[in-house]
Design a protein around this ligand. Structure first.
Ligand code: SAM
Length: 257
């Protein structure tokens, strides 16, 4: 027996299932990857409209159920694998992802997909509302975090639909939100050293209530009159825009050259 539950809250509201498929904007030429098809509430709606569908499901029992319900065909494949470990480069590029993600691994799987972003046309994903609040947050909003910066650096993020917990069985404690991620051809800001950029972003948000001068101590020797790249270090990380972070990272990069 598995030690850990698999985030199996199945969508039972057919109107919401219909709305998700409409918002995913699947066209007849599209190859779709569905993560965690479960009992097939989205699968059954995707199959008639997509050119082809690859469904990645970790639970072997659900895989067998799906196989008997939707027989294997050249245009439909069930892959019994962990979506967080799947090699998305093995698929023909240009696919669209649709998923009601399992809560316990949602952020992890989303980051994995972003890693393969250049091969993905769009992702229509459902996650915990509180996480989607962070993904869509702008500077000075209390939900703005290093995750907001990470996702908005790589993708255009759009919130699509709010889904109450009553739409699922078993019913989870919290509500969900549907959102879309469109991987950007170029990151949203120009950064010389992305590793350094994310190091600074993570440090700036490490202690949210602290001022930048305390969170950015590793770069203290580059501070000039309580500023770094013209940014006042008595500010908090949560007030900085993506461009502010890029300016700091590019300034520090130039100092190290
Ligand atoms: N799509 C279905 C629906 O909307 O009713 C099921 C969604 S349910 C929230 C999440 C699904 O993901 C479950 O079927 C679960 O077994 C599957 N799952 C959990 N962890 C997974 C993983 N690491 N990789 C692939 N599928 C996973």
């Amino acid at each position: 027996m598995r030690k850990r539950p698999l985030g199996q809250n199945f969508l039972v509201d057919s109107e919401i299932a219909h709305n998700i498929i409409t918002l995913a904007n699947i066209q007849p030429e599209d190859h779709v990857v569905e993560i965690g098809p479960g009992k097939g509430v989205l699968t059954q709606r995707l199959l008639p409209i997509a050119r082809s569908l690859t469904a990645i499901e970790l639970d072997p029992k659900l895989c067998r159920e799906l196989e008997s319900r939707f027989p294997d065909s050249p245009s439909f494949k069930i892959v019994e694998k962990d979506a967080a470990k799947f090699d998305y480069a093995s698929l023909e590029p240009g696919f669209k992802v649709v998923s009601n993600l399992p809560y316990y691994a949602a952020t992890h799987i989303m980051k994995k997909l972003i890693h393969f972003g250049s091969r993905i046309q769009s992702m229509t994903l459902m996650m915990q509302k509180e996480v989607v609040d962070r993904l869509t947050a702008e500077p000075c909003n209390k939900e703005y975090s290093s995750l907001s910066v990470y996702v908005q650096y790589h993708c255009k993020v759009e919130r699509l639909l709010e889904i109450p917990n009553t739409a699922f069985s078993p019913r989870p404690k919290i509500d969900s939100s549907l959102f879309s991620l469109k991987p950007l051809p170029q990151p949203s800001v120009q950064v010389e050293d992305p590793q350094l950029f994310f190091k600074i972003v993570n440090a700036a948000f490490l202690h949210k209530r602290k001022m930048l001068k305390n969170n950015l101590k590793p770069w203290e020797d580059k501070f000039e009159q309580a500023q770094l790249a013209g940014i006042d270090l008595s500010r908090r990380g949560e007030t900085l825009s993506m461009s502010d972070f890029a300016n700091m990272a590019n300034y520090l990069h130039s100092q190290n050259e």
